[in-house]
Design a protein around this ligand. Structure first.
Ligand SMILES: Cc1cc2nc3c(=O)[nH]c(=O)nc-3n(C[C@H](O)[C@H](O)[C@H](O)COP(=O)(O)OP(=O)(O)OC[C@H]3O[C@@H](n4cnc5c(N)ncnc54)[C@H](O)[C@@H]3O)c2cc1C
Length: 393
């Protein structure tokens, strides 16, 4: 065997599961086709629940000294141009909402996994290796040669295009209403709102939105997310939607002379629906985007990726210490992941499809929120697991 556990992909999901397992004394080999630090197309918004999970893996000091940009408020724009503002703080001490450029954020987790004892190798996973129906390793390509690596368990953490997930879940992709695409850029020379993220539910993007996530006084991660079925029906490309957002009433006037739009990139988001979908296979578990766990309403995937990694590490850790990595043990992952994420994904899917079917819902919600600030506050505080919200006057 080359390792007890081989992890495909060192994004947040893969590095967190590798780190967690290494801290439990499991021999882990973490693979990524890229060297770190590397960019990942993202909005870079990392909610407090994610930071809590990383703190529990011993990353508290590293995160506090990384200089990520803290967020303490939100502005939401409605389709008709109204805005709603609120302040928030993390529910529990020791965590914040950060805008953390993924180039640095992911390298921090990957480095911590290695410090915790995981071995890292730069190699692209081509496919799983099977013995009958059981996954017993991976075929990889690195340094110009192909090799076969063997392990007791393989974790698929290669994100939206995971080679392991593709082999284990053959057939067509899920329908367009269960997937989104998004474009983001780093804008230099934009007047940002200090420590406040902005979401705009423009009619052209619904049930998606445009965002401005600040990285400083005049720098922000700006992007647009749209659902794949809606995107296919519309005439505009992602580039055009981005330009339209940058020229919109909410943003256009805040771009300073000589502003620059850098590093424009798009990528896909595999949304979770909350319906039970298989994530545990004989010899393999799927985590993060490879398991389609992005929140369909918000487009956030980092927190769910880290939750799935925590659940996967505990199931794998128990299986390995019992000396029984059989499917009957790994199957517990599906149920435990469902308990941890199912209700949230079901709720987000429902709200997202209401918004998609009847966009006036968003404006109605704005009117109700405006008329009832304290009730809105208490509903949001009941729904949120990691924020305490205070609606602005
Ligand atoms: C434009 C955009 C904006 C977003 N904004 C946010 C946001 O603000 N907040 C948020 O929470 N989520 C956001 N998301 C979603 C978020 O980026 C993902 O949910 C998150 O990155 C999932 O983490 P992961 O570790 O599962 O996968 P990834 O981060 O995609 O990591 C996968 C890793 O696997 C590697 N890899 C892939 N294939 C292979 C292979 N065959 N062999 C070896 N290595 C491989 C890749 O190089 C990569 O390092 C956004 C997504 C997009 C596209």
């Amino acid at each position: 065997l080359d390792a007890d556990v081989i992890v495909e992909g060192a994004g947040p999901a893969g590095s967190a599961v590798a780190c967690d397992l290494a801290r439990r004394g499991v021999d882990v080999l973490l693979l990524d086709r890229e060297a770190f630090p590397r960019d990942k197309t993202c909005g870079d918004g990392v909610p407090p629940g994610s930071i809590e999970i990383l703190n529990a893996l011993g990353m508290g000091d590293k995160i506090r000294s990384a200089g990520f940009y803290p967020i303490r408020g939100i502005r939401i724009g409605s389709p008709s141009g109204r805005t709603w503002d609120a302040a928030f703080r993390a529910k529990r001490a020791g965590a914040e909402f950060y805008v953390a450029p993924r180039r640095e954020f992911d390298a921090l987790i990957q480095g911590h996994a290695v410090e915790s004892g995981a071995r890292f190798e730069r190699a692209a996973v081509k496919s799983p290796v099977f013995d009958g129906d059981r996954v017993v390793g991976v075929r990889v390509e690195g340094n110009g040669r192909e090799r076969r690596l063997e392990s007791r368990i393989v974790v698929a953490a290669g994100g939206a295009t995971s080679a392991i997930a593709r082999a284990l879940r053959p057939g067509p992709k899920p329908p367009g209403r269960h997937r989104s695409v998004a474009i983001r850029a780093y804008v230099e020379g934009i007047e940002t709102l200090a420590n406040r993220v902005e979401f705009y539910f423009d009619k052209a993007f619904l049930p998606g939105y445009g965002w401005v996530f600040p990285l400083g006084a005049d720098r922000a991660n700006v992007g647009v997310i749209v659902r794949v079925d809606r995107y296919r029906k519309g005439a505009a490309s992602l580039e055009e939607l981005m330009t339209r957002f940058l020229e919109s009433r909410a943003i256009g006037g805040r771009l300073k002379r000589g502003y620059r739009v850098e590093n424009r990139r798009s990528w896909q988001l595999p949304n979770g629906s909350g319906r039970p979908a298989r994530k545990a296979y004989d010899g393999a578990l799927l985590v993060g985007d490879a398991a389609s766990l992005v929140d369909p309403l918000t487009g956030e995937g980092i927190h769910n990726a880290l939750v799935s990694s925590r659940v996967a590490a505990s199931v794998i850790g128990e299986a390995i210490s019992a000396g029984d990595p059989s499917f009957s043990r790994l199957a517990a992952y599906d149920a435990r992941c469902g308990e941890a994420l199912g209700p949230l994904l079901v709720r987000s899917s429902r709200v997202q499809s209401w918004v998609a079917r009847a966009p006036w819902w968003v404006d109605l919600l704005f009117s109700v929120a405006d008329a009832n600030p304290s009730q809105t506050e208490s509903i949001l505080n009941r729904l949120s697991s990691d924020f305490v919200v205070r609606v602005d006057d």
